[in-house]
Design a protein around this ligand. Structure first.
Ligand code: DAH
Length: 348
């Protein structure tokens, strides 16, 4: 037994020496086979088990396994050493230029949402006319969305706008008109402001209805504001958007927060008023509702209707974008299909 153990020790010493002086991965692999492989000399030691008295076999087995583990460790250590040396050599030898450009992959340009383009245009036009651009929240109270706009709890006009209610009694604003009284309270009079944003209705969607869409509200309050004033501003806006002098007309329309209230039509741009399928042969296309601010609404905003008058309009930005770009389905706007958006350029 002793002589075999000596042999084992000698083998380990020899293996460690050889491993220590191995110069590359190939030599290491050869040494691994030589000592630990199936036919390796350490593995062979286990086969001499037969020559050892039975009671000493467990001790011997353990020694051989320890020897194998030592050799395996040494292989691992040397392997790491060689790898480190390789990396160090590489760093010393090769010049690395961190300023070199990366691979030239074509980058994809994004595009603006058609509603954003139209909204930016409307904002720019109003800014030039001295209007403030305001931004109010989408979660609103019943008061600002309805009550303050002369629409009390049991008013039938509430049925015109199916509402998404929130658990706390609030709601998702059904129209940007909800900002009217907020703007009056915030800035008083005289006031010129537009406030664009998303509005929500509890609606089934189809080609022209969407539960989420965009409006821009316009509000002008001063002394002696009249319908003539409203028409002048609307003509200015629409001519700038459509790129030609538009002809407009007002029809009576009912909205509780304006008196009188109107529907503003523009002369059909497809036929110039002659009559065609676009305008259903009437020569006119309905564009936006508007009116003179109701005295009760001025009062809600803390303004004296004897002193102040104003006009307001609610323009459907989604609808305007559909007209401008001849988009037939409103559902494209919230659909998130990038191929649809890629058709539109940058805002002008
Ligand atoms: N808020 C109304 C709606 O969404 C539209 C509207 C009508 C706004 C008349 C106005 C207005 O400012 O004067 O149905």
């Amino acid at each position: 037994m002793d002589s075999i153990l000596n042999e084992l020790d000698a083998l380990v010493v020899q293996a460690l020496e050889e491993i220590g002086s191995a110069g590359d991965e190939n030599s290491l692999r050869e040494l691994e086979v030589k000592y630990l492989g199936k036919k390796g000399s350490l593995t062979a030691m286990l086969r001499s088990m037969g020559k050892i008295p039975k009671d000493q076999r467990p001790v011997f087995g353990k020694k051989v396994n320890e020897a194998k583990a030592k050799v395996a460790d040494a292989l691992q250590v040397r392997r790491t050493e060689l790898k480190d040396a390789d990396i160090r050599r590489e760093l010393e030898d090769e010049e690395f230029d961190p300023t070199l450009p990366g691979l030239e992959l074509p980058s994809r340009r994004g595009s603006f949402h058609p509603v954003s383009i139209v909204q930016a245009e409307v904002e720019r036009i109003f800014e030039q006319m001295g209007f403030r651009i305001l931004d109010y929240g989408e979660a609103e109270s019943d008061w600002y969305n309805f009550e303050a706009l002369n629409i009390p709890k049991d008013h039938p006009a509430r049925d015109m706008q199916d509402t998404i209610w929130l658990k706390d009694g609030g709601l998702l604003r059904t129209h940007t008109s909800a900002g009217q009284v907020r703007a009056m309270q915030e800035y008083g009079a005289p006031l010129r402001a537009v406030f664009p944003g998303k509005v929500y209705r509890y609606e089934r969607t189809d080609a022209s209805h969407e539960h989420t869409f965009h409006q821009v509200e316009g509000l002008m309050i001063d002394r002696n504001i009249s319908t003539a004033n409203l028409i002048a501003v609307m003509k200015e806006l629409l001519s700038a958007i459509f790129g030609y002098e538009v002809t407009v007309r007002l029809r009576p329309g009912y909205f509780p927060f304006v008196e009188p209230g109107f529907e503003l039509d523009i002369q059909c741009m497809a036929c110039g008023g002659e009559g065609c399928p676009v305008c259903k042969y009437s020569g006119w296309v309905e564009l936006l509702p508007c009116g003179l601010v109701h005295p009760n609404v001025l009062r809600s905003g803390g303004l004296d209707p004897e002193e102040w008058t104003g006009w307001a309009f609610g323009l459907g930005l989604s609808r305007l974008a559909m007209m401008k770009y001849k988009i037939t389905h409103i559902t494209h706007f919230m659909g998130g299909d990038l191929r649809f958006f890629a058709q539109f350029g940058e805002p002008v």
